[in-house]
Design a protein around this ligand. Structure first.
Ligand code: ADP
Ligand code: MG
Length: 728
């Protein structure tokens, strides 16, 4: 009998004493759709839709005294208004207020707008006054027609993040209504509020939507004002609470206690041609302790490319095998999985342990036989690709699942493997237990970020490279000097070392240079399939050219369209040194380990993401030889592309690169969270708000024991309907 793999694990959120968040009943479908684009699905979401910035319309300035370089509110009378055609069609409107005159200029307007500005009309305009050729002017101010004597705003005017078709006024009204109707009672105990001198939740929210003009704008902009800190704290607290609830649940789930027996692991360590680095030893110790416990380990092993995660995984695998449980190791690509398979076989076979191989392209008859052996428990270690998740794979007693490059897999897939529980039949004692999980990632994520995003993961970091590596020299070379690069590749290869020439599948990264919606149609990139075809073409052409140029060299070609046996034939030839130069698309992006390769050329480097570049560069510099990575770029460079190239040129440490990546792209992109569905922090900034994170961590621990009622209410408020992710 198999355990039910499809159902959700029975881990419920704590029952909430509150009703679900009030929905947005009564709004039109089109409004709801637009709100959905802003991630607003309830009234409470509206409450939390906080302004990007504020306009100060609390003070009327005489035109003559208006300060420069900022938006100001003026009130003046129309003297004259016309449509002018020089140099282009525009609405030009002259106003005066007794202190001076100003020209309003609109380039996009309706003809009927001229009538608004009949001479003598009082106008309030909000914008920046600049001294132009024809005197003071305001270009495209926000304006309205007023009766003299209308009072000015008492609070700053919020400006909200919005989406096409949803005006600020509409959004403001919706938010005002939500603020009036939602009960915004506090979820924090008074003592906690006082301890941090926070404002009440309700006060903080009202303030942030309509702050008084006395507050220095900098405090609002930098989000250091107590009201902002309160919001961030609440957000972080919810996250910390959910993390703890999660951990508690995990402690309620069983896993086989895989105690170190000291048989296989020590034999492997003796046989290795190197000594583990201190960082590897620390990671090994953490994993050893976790595996010994009767609850499932969920640990993320992070380490820069080349830091030696694989051997740590092999040690974990052996500890599991020592206890007669099965291990599954899974990698996102066939090439990577196969490399693991080779490495694991090389280490484990001498110890008498069979390593099995399963991928999507494993032949049917072989697969059938293998599946039988897996379910009979005759194969202790199975290495493979996604194929390991599939329903027809039934483990005899899976004790440990190792997942390489875990960010490449979705939450769903990781869950599928976890649900392939360790115990599959009634005659085995601990039915219902889950396997331990070890996830590996070479995308180094700052520690605080990792701990707070991967709410239910423990993190081990290998922050030290094995000795004897020579740092890779990075060179930026314009495509115009391609010939020199080609000559250099030939020299390296004829001198006995090996090289990669990568024509990668470029990410659609340039889109960040142009705000959404402003992209001209002609500049749109082809879709992913189209891109792949283009890159494939580039790789084929490059391969042809290089082959013609260097008849004396063996030049291999690896790309995504090759059959898997062709692919692995090329890769093995490169690994053996039979092929000196490997032209490749993205297939070599992750994990490939060929220590004799010391030169890497990357085409179109200006269009690639930082972490992708860093990963690729990490393919060289694995042996003792001085290695180089040449980034070929095309001019002109956009400012973002220039910055990326500068960062990759200046930084060799993966954590530094990741820090920049985080800054430039935001955590969602970096963590692949979009696909995995993990909600991101909206308000708190984990690099700037470490003190709040610490405070929230303490508060979460205390709240759960001392005031679970408040903890529940708080979780409900912040995670409400989105709490689902906690179950994964
Ligand atoms: P990654 O962390 O990127 O997966 P690998 O596990 O592929 O890195 O290791 C990179 C290379 O370093 C491999 O050839 C591996 O055998 C070697 N290696 C790992 N640990 C050590 C060590 N402590 N000393 C020397 N070489 C090591
Ligand atoms: Mg690896």
């Amino acid at each position: 009998m198999r355990r039910e793999a499809k159902g959700k694990p029975s881990r419920d959120l704590p029952a909430s004493p509150l009703t679900p968040h009030a929905s947005l009943a009564g709004l039109s479908k089109s409004t709801l759709d637009k709100l959905a684009k802003l991630n607003i699905a309830s009234k409470f979401d509206l409450v939390l839709h906080l302004p990007l910035r504020y306009d100060d319309e609390t003070h009327l300035y005489p035109i003559r005294d208006a300060p420069a370089a900022r938006d100001v509110l003026i009130e003046a009378t129309v003297v004259e208004c016309d449509i002018k055609y020089r140099p282009r069609r525009q609405l030009v409107c002259h106003l005066e207020d007794g202190s001076g005159v100003v020209t309003l200029r609109f380039f996009s307007f309706y003809g009927s707008q001229v009538k608004h500005f009949a001479p003598g009309t009082r106008v309030r305009a909000f914008g920046e006054i600049r001294q132009g050729f024809f005197g003071a002017e305001m270009v495209h101010p926000r304006y309205r027609i007023v009766q003299p004597g209308l009072p000015v705003a008492e609070a700053l005017t919020p400006v909200y993040p919005t989406t096409a078709g949803m005006g600020q006024d509409t959004l403001r009204k919706l938010i005002e209504r939500a603020l009036a109707s939602e009960k915004l009672e506090d979820t924090l105990p008074d003592a906690l509020i006082q301890q941090h001198r926070f404002p009440k939740f309700r006060d903080a929210v009202f303030f942030l939507h309509n702050p008084s003009p006395e507050v220095p704008q900098e405090d609002l902009q930098s989000r250091t004002h107590p009201a902002w800190r309160r919001m961030k704290f609440d957000e972080l607290l919810a996250q910390q609470l959910s993390m703890r609830v999660h951990q508690q649940r995990r402690r309620g789930v069983g896993a086989p206690a895989l105690r170190p027996r000291g048989t296989l692991v020590s034999r492997l360590l003796k046989a290795l041609p190197f000594k583990l680095t201190g960082a590897q030893q620390r990671a090994v110790a953490q994993i050893r302790d976790d595996l010994s416990k009767p609850h499932p380990m969920q640990r993320l092993l992070q380490g820069d490319v080349g830091s030696g995660k694989t051997v740590v995984a092999a040690i974990a695998a052996l500890q599991c095998v020592e206890n007669n449980f099965q291990v599954a190791l899974m990698a996102p690509t066939e090439i990577l999985a196969e490399q693991h398979f080779r490495k694991f076989s090389g280490w484990l076979a001498p110890l008498g342990i069979e390593v099995a191989w399963l991928s999507g392209s494993t032949k049917k008859t072989i697969k059938k036989q293998l599946l039988r052996k897996i379910s009979a428990g005759e194969t202790p270690v199975i290495v493979g690709t996604h194929a390991l998740f599939e329903d027809d794979v039934v483990f005899h007693n899976l004790g440990l699942a190792i997942i390489d490059e875990q960010h490449r897999f979705g939450v769903r897939q990781r869950l599928a493997l976890r649900l392939k529980g360790t115990q599959t039949s009634v005659d085995k004692p601990s039915a219902g237990a889950q396997p331990h999980q070890l996830m590996m990632s070479a995308t180094p994520i700052p520690r605080t970020l990792a701990m707070s995003y991967y709410a239910d993961l423990d993190v081990s970091v290998i922050d030290e490279l094995p000795p004897g590596r020579t740092p890779v020299t990075t060179k930026l070379v314009s495509d115009a000097r391609r010939d020199e690069v080609i000559a250099r590749v030939r020299d390296a290869c004829t001198a006995g070392s090996q090289a990669y020439w990568v024509c990668p599948l470029v990410e659609e990264i340039e889109s960040e240079d142009v705000p959404d919606g402003k992209k001209p149609k002609s500049a749109r990139k082809p879709g992913r399939a189209g891109m792949e075809a283009l890159q494939l073409k580039a790789a084929l052409e490059t391969h042809e050219k290089l082959s013609a140029a260097f008849p004396e060299l063996k030049i291999g070609l690896a790309h995504g369209r090759l059959k898997s046996d062709e692919k692995s034939a090329v890769m093995s030839a490169f690994q053996r040194g039979d092929v000196q130069l490997l032209v490749a698309t993205t297939v070599i992006e992750v994990g490939v380990d060929v220590p004799n390769a010391s030169l890497m050329v990357i085409e179109n480097a200006e269009r690639m993401g930082l972490s992708q570049l860093h990963q690729l560069r990490g393919r060289v510099g694995r042996g003792a030889a001085q290695s180089a990575c040449i980034l070929l770029y095309h001019t002109p460079l956009s400012p973002m592309a220039r910055e990326r190239l500068k960062i990759i040129f200046e930084n060799t440490d993966g954590f530094e690169v990741a820090r920049h990546d985080l800054r430039m792209r935001g955590p969602g992109e970096l963590l692949g969270a979009r696909q995995s569905g993990v909600p991101l922090l909206r308000f708190a900034d984990l690099s700037a708000d470490v003190d709040l994170l610490d405070a929230a961590r303490d508060a979460a621990a205390r709240l759960l024991t001392e005031n679970p009622q408040a903890a529940r209410a708080h979780l409900h408020r912040w995670l409400g309907g989105r709490g689902e992710f906690l179950k994964v």
